[in-house]
Design a protein around this ligand. Structure first.
Ligand SMILES: Cc1cc2nc3c(=O)[nH]c(=O)nc-3n(C[C@H](O)[C@H](O)[C@H](O)COP(=O)(O)OP(=O)(O)OC[C@H]3O[C@@H](n4cnc5c(N)ncnc54)[C@H](O)[C@@H]3O)c2cc1C
Length: 386
């Protein structure tokens, strides 16, 4: 299916060529085995695609968010799932923006080369959920280390990462002026931490998404692993979220395009009542509508990326892009499944797998209501609700 004036055609072509080596059957088998797409992530890393946002001076390619978004989009559009590795693309942004020069020199070249994986970021907790400033995990400074205690949930890719960014409270809530103050971020060396204060319990879930519960019991982190200033961690995390949202939006656009293409193909081929089912407007129109909505979401993704790349505020656009794209992808998923009738449920068509995968993005990394709440308060100026 031709899309007019697609941006970054040379990147699209190269990523598509790489993805062609990892066809539907590859991702289907990984999904069935609840495995990790090691060979795919390795190939992507070796080709340098996951280091797109790392500046050239640290060994990356120094591309913009717009280009990075197209890389993520093409992975999902090819039938794959960038969720297995998207953390590697954007988690390093926190280090890049707020880390010391020594930290950047220590980690970024390895991340760019693929010898170090920074796939994980631990924010969410079981008892406080989206209400992040209430989180219970604490980090207490003791001489040259911080001692961390607490619990995290839904922390993805820990088993396939070397490093993890951890958000913890360093000043008790009662002692800060604003609840967003007094939290800090740390870089955790997972090999050193697991079994020495950090316990990882995998969570089997609807998608093949490697995600875990973390139990943290007197985990010691060297003080030099604090990123930026103590107490400003929440702000640092927020700084990275717009990039994350725009990239997830791009993955949803990729999913949406995959669903529309598959639905269109099947509607043209499947003959029932002596005619291709796509000849019936009841089948064709929902596919056309899904196409329109995916294309519109794609434009909002580029609006967010362009602002980000110019260094301008893009909170509203990043949130709108994430919402429009997640919703468009989910609607396209429903249409694709419906178009396939019973065969949509058969694993060999991959529709049910992609259907499960794309549903996640209406909940994570930020749920629909929290986007509405952001827009209502920060864009429309309505009263704060919490
Ligand atoms: C597969 C998966 C992978 C994940 N990976 C990571 C990860 O790597 N790192 C990480 O830190 N987190 C991760 N998460 C967590 C994810 O970001 C959260 O699940 C998500 O932000 C929602 O938080 P919650 O589950 O605690 O829901 P809750 O905060 O408990 O909310 C539940 C529901 O209530 C709604 N709600 C809550 N408060 C309000 C309100 N005031 N007004 C209106 N509606 C409200 C929410 O929109 C939501 O629909 C992951 C989650 C999943 C499922």
């Amino acid at each position: 299916m031709q899309h007019k004036a697609e941006r970054h055609p040379e990147i699209r072509e190269a990523v598509r060529a790489l993805c062609a080596g990892f066809p539907d059957a590859y991702f289907r088998e990984i999904d069935e085995a609840r495995g990790y797409p090691e060979a795919f992530v390795d190939a992507l890393t070796k080709a340098g695609w996951l280091a797109a946002l790392i500046p050239q001076e640290y060994g990356g390619s120094g591309l913009g968010l717009s280009e990075a978004s197209v890389i993520m989009e093409e992975i999902n559009r090819s039938g794959g799932n960038a969720g297995a590795c998207h953390g590697q693309m954007y988690n390093m942004g926190t280090l890049l923006r707020h880390g010391s020069e020594a930290q950047k020199q220590k980690y970024l070249p390895g991340i760019a080369a693929g010898s170090l994986r920074l796939q994980s970021m631990a924010v969410t907790e079981p008892t406080t959920g989206t209400d992040t400033t209430q989180l219970k995990t604490t980090a207490v400074r003791k001489a040259d280390r911080y001692v961390v205690n607490g619990q995290k949930v839904w922390i993805s890719r820990v088993q396939h990462s070397d490093l993890m960014i951890l958000l913890a409270r360093t000043t008790p809530l009662a002692e800060v002026k604003r609840k967003s103050e007094g939290m800090s971020i740390f870089i955790v060396d997972l090999e050193q931490a697991i079994g020495h204060g950090l316990t990882v319990r995998p969570i089997r879930n609807m998608v093949n998404h490697e995600t875990n519960e973390l139990f943290i019991d007197n985990l010691e982190i060297p003080a030099e692993n604090l990123i930026g200033e103590e107490g400003r961690g929440f702000k640092y995390i927020l700084d990275g979220l717009n990039a994350e949202r725009a990239l997830i939006a791009a993955e949803c656009v990729g999913d949406g395009r995959w669903f529309v293409e598959r639905a269109t193909r099947y509607a043209g081929e499947r003959v029932v009542f002596g005619r291709p089912i796509g000849k019936n407007q009841g089948v064709a129109f929902p596919i056309a509508e899904a196409y329109i909505e995916v294309e519109a979401a794609s434009l909002m993704r580029f609006a967010a990326c362009d602002l980000f790349d110019r260094g301008e505020p893009c909170g509203a656009e990043a949130n709108m892009a994430k919402h429009l794209a997640a919703k468009a992808a989910w609607e396209a998923a429903n249409v694709c499944l419906q178009t396939h009738g019973g065969f949509g449920f058969a694993a060999e068509y991959d529709v049910e797998r992609k259907f499960r995968e794309t549903r996640l993005y209406l909940v994570a990394p930020i749920s629909t209501n929290l986007i509405f709440s952001y827009m209502a308060e920060h864009v429309l100026g309505l009263p704060r609700s919490f």
